[in-house]
Design a protein around this ligand. Sequence first.
Ligand SMILES: Nc1nc2c(ncn2[C@@H]2O[C@H](COP(=O)(O)OP(=O)(O)OP(=O)(O)O)[C@@H](O)[C@H]2O)c(=O)[nH]1
Length: 784
Amino acid sequence: MATVPDIDDIQNGLDTPIPSAIPDAKGKLPRLHLIDEQQKFSEKMSSYIDEDWGLKEAGFNYNLAAVFGSQSTGKSTLLNRLFGTSFDVMSETARMQTTKGIWISKGRDMKDFERKSALFSVATSEVLIVNLWEHQVGLYNGANMGLLKTVFEVNLQLFGGNRGKEKTLLLFVIRDHIGATPLINLSNTLRADLERIWQGLNKPEGLEDCKITDYFDFMFTALPHKLLQPEKFEEEVSKLRLRFSSPSDPNYVFQPQYSKRVPVDGLHIYAGGIWDKIMTNKDLDLPTQQELLAQYRCDEIASSAFVTFQEKIKEFRQPIESGNIVEDLGPKMNELRSHAMKSFDKDASRYHAEVYKRKRSEMLTKANTMLESYFLGQIKNLHKKAVQMFSTNLQQSLRVEGADFATVVTAAKSEAMDYFVRGAKAIKLEETEWVYDEEQFQLERGLSEFAATQREKEMNKMLTSLEKHLRNELDEPIGLALNNPGPSMWGRVIAIYQQTVEDAEQLLHKKARTFDLNEEEQGELVENLRRQAWVLLTKKVQEESMDAMMLLKLRNRFEEKFRYDDHGLPRVWKPSDDIDTPFRKARDETVELVPLFAKINNMDPVNGKKFELEASEDFDFDQSLKVLSETRQQEITTKFKRESDAFYLEAKRSVVATQAKVPYWVGVALVILGWNEFIAVIKNPLYLMVLTMVGVPMIAMWYLDMLGLVETIGWKVYDQGYKIAMEKLREVMDKSRENATARPGQRQPQQYPGGSAASGARSYQGKEEDTGIELNSFGDKKSQ
Ligand SMILES: Nc1nc2c(ncn2[C@@H]2O[C@H](COP(=O)(O)OP(=O)(O)OP(=O)(O)O)[C@@H](O)[C@H]2O)c(=O)[nH]1
């Protein structure tokens, strides 16, 4: 290849007048060994450009062409003919002798250098002449297509970013063209070969779909046989020369799109930079035989070590996938990994050190990747377990009376987090970049969210119990206050409210501390509490002011005034008594109570100020104060008046009853008919004693006009006695029914309507007296 080691790839376009090119003593233009055998870029390029070639002031007015082709394909001959250069041409006789021997013995270095210099030519030149024999067309190796492939590949890697911006012209010159195959056919074959090569390239990321034409243009030409048709050869070469020297030629090669746009004074830096980049690219280096062997053997050793390793680590899969925590997973994984690495080291460490090192690190990475799935699986399971642990601990601790929520959460959280971190640390192997920060972060967040939900639940529980407390504290006292109606009753109600809310607030503040509530949250809860208590209060007031309740209150008050005297004793009306005045007075005084229930008087009795609560969307304080409307007040008053009439009539009736008198003849008849009995009683001390004991009090009462009262009391006693007796009877019946239910294996009787199956069964088997009660209660004596 002519680019090695000569500078025959750098050439000045012939149309450009060379300002001061200085030929040497033999009249030859000076040439530079640009890159020497040690692959070192010449430092003299700049001085050659400036002085030897006189291109100092040329700026962009120069061109670069390179030639590429197999050994001794006449590259130098062509360049010398085209550009008047003076590259050495191998003598016709020596040609055969200088090929294979040198080629094989220096194979590696040469091949390496060949790739690099070919790539250098492609990267720096505007036109790359690809020189090949006609008979090489279609032959992969002969036409140097393998080399072209590497050059294309690396060119794409290193300079592929300039897609479509900088193109290079590939000018194929087919030598010794006899003419049997037309040029067009040859060029088609070459195009197809190039396209195929391009398809097979390993293209870098992002350039997978790039085309060969994004980077290269093609031109094809042929030259006749130099030795067989020398004149024709020279003629065609002269024509070809025009393509390089005459811009007016239709096939002129140095088109602007191929220019690298580097001014000539910077060319040495540009070309040097490209060479450096090429030199540092590993893909252009060929491995030594030792390295190849080491790669092969290390791969084999690694695979065999992996077989055992993979087999052993399988045991972790099942438990981890089913969500269990594998005990000692860290040490176990570490042991298996070290075992695999040791068995690799034992055999592989004898091979090429660099390769061994690289393969070892590859193997370690692969082993780590395999183990990482178990690491991640265990981390996931640890996460789940930590959440469970947290939830159980929290719930257990909260069950303890007086548990402080904030403290309980902090303790449970720190325990769960500790468990997770300890577990995660234990399975993180050395020489890995495994991390669990994200999972830890997610866990912490999850626990906080869980705690927040729990806290809300606990708070709701607390608020519900607080509401119950409020209801208990308010209900009875308010009922009592309103059952004794009067101008001061609202004052009492407000005082009860204030006291209850104060107690509940204290309770709330105490609880708030355990929930770690801030000022604002506490304020809001207190506000809600006050409102809630007020709503409960107004509900109770509404209950107490329902028609039936109001009438009861009024009736009680009326009875107090009308039926009892000032000493609290029941009044017995005598015929001489004035019933109308006390009745009217008692009724008027009672009716006066009704307007008191029109509206809650929200005056605070303690400080004399109006008590108020802030209204909200669903709470209207002023509205909540209203109790009885005008209409309802009237309705209640009317109903009450009607009821009170009954009391009036009853009073009147009782006077008539005491007024009724026994006729005189009844007395006379009594004396005549009962004389004997009277004498018998007088004479008998026992009868006399009984008569005295019963008769004297009766006479006294009659005298005091209290017989009506005695009668009323008697009836009441009878009434009460009857009620108690019935109650006792019911209790005994219930008890006997329960006992019967408790007895197992008894028949299911149906014959006692209203009685339970158990009580029916009892009637067959129970004790005599029990059965009697049972039957009496249901009235079915036949079954006995
Ligand atoms: N048949 C034939 N021989 C040629 C042609 N051009 C050059 N030669 C001869 O081939 C031999 C090699 O020519 P060179 O120009 O030195 O070839 P090269 O490719 O520069 O050689 P290296 O630089 O060693 O790779 C010389 O003897 C030339 O006279 C050609 O077109 N046809």
